[in-house]
Design a protein around this ligand. Structure first.
Ligand code: SF4
Ligand code: SF4
Length: 314
């Protein structure tokens, strides 16, 4: 089968799976993102304190501390060592949670900026924009390092003053000022007109850090039906990190690689699951370190798979 023309994107999934089947994970993600904002707002507005604080640091039920690991890293770099045991517990809880479910699940299920970048990707498709500036996806690692160096030089959480995630989140809870709208417009226009998936897949240091946290997560996108793939390429069009897909599809099948997305960059957004009319993809909970079976029927460990990748590269 030929590559699906952009204007037909998602039509096969709608035909074969119905509206809910074709948007299930997207709907659940939007509910999750809205619910998290709602829980933060419920306190100041309605006096219902389920989550108190903001994404950087909060209390769950005024008892369980939650601390954002990227903010904590900046605190360390800034030499702010006067934190309490509760801060350490808060970081440990958040790190353990994302280490299990996949670090970049934060991007797809929590981060408010994801709604802006998803909207920008949709507008790009509608406008038929195919050109994209060449920005190295490694830029996010440089950004991560720069944020820490900035913290070390200033002794402050300097990046937090310009971090779009923090700015948008604070705007949603405490009110949208001109600066918030400027940030939203900047990221949206950057993603529409400058680079496809520009911010999240190339620049954002938080996404980079969460990808490391979830490198060995148990929740995976598997591809149990990859033999059914008809090369329509629709998953490549909607995936924010399309370069991670080939090893999970026919290319990986030929090489005997596990039927799963192994990259730490996967956001667990589920768009590949939703959009595939052949139901190639699924979510699975796998023992950390174990890979989904390849078509041989034999399971392989992540180490075996990594060895194979290394052999190929050498
Ligand atoms: S990459 Fe950054 S801005 Fe994008 S969704 Fe993840 S944390 Fe949010
Ligand atoms: S592989 Fe699927 S779940 Fe992972 S980022 Fe891409 S579209 Fe989302």
């Amino acid at each position: 089968m030929a590559v699906t023309p952009i204007e037909q994107l998602g039509k096969d999934a709608l035909r074969t799976k119905g509206w809910f089947g074709a948007y299930k994970w997207l709907i659940l993600r939007r509910i999750s993102q809205a619910a998290i904002i709602g829980l933060f707002i419920a306190g100041p507005v309605g006096g219902i304190w389920i989550l108190k604080g903001n994404l950087a640091g909060s209390w769950l039920f005024e008892t369980v501390p939650l601390v954002e690991p990227f903010v904590f890293l900046q605190m360390l770099a800034a030499g702010m060592f006067g934190f309490l045991t509760t801060t350490l517990i808060g970081v440990a809880i958040v790190v353990a949670f994302y280490a299990l479910i996949g670090g970049r699940a934060y991007c797809a299920w929590v981060c408010p900026v994801n709604v802006i970048t998803d909207a920008a990707a949709w507008v790009r498709r509608k406008l038929g924009i195919t050109q994209s500036a060449k920005i190295s996806p490694h830029t996010r690692w440089w950004m991560l390092g720069a944020a820490l160096v900035l913290a070390a030089i200033t002794g402050q959480l300097a990046y937090e003053l310009v971090n779009p995630v923090s700015i948008v989140h604070r705007g949603l809870i405490f009110g949208m000022g001109a600066a918030t709208w400027l940030v939203i417009a900047g990221i949206f226009l950057f993603d529409v007109f400058i680079a496809k998936h520009g911010w999240c897949s190339h620049v954002c240091p938080m996404g980079a850090m969460y990808s490391l946290i979830g490198a060995k997560a148990a929740v995976k996108v598997t591809s149990p039906n990859r033999a059914q793939c008809d090369d329509c390429m629709e998953c490549f069009e909607v995936c924010p990190e399309p370069k991670i897909l080939p090893p999970a599809l026919k290319q990986g099948m030929k090489q005997g690689l596990p039927a799963m997305v192994t990259s730490h960059l996967c956001t667990r957004c589920g768009r590949c699951v939703d959009i595939c009319s052949k139901d190639v993809f699924a979510f699975a909970f796998l023992t950390p370190g174990k890979a989904a079976p390849a078509e041989s029927g034999k399971g392989s460990s992540m180490e075996e798979e990594e060895e194979r990748e290394l052999e190929k590269a050498s």
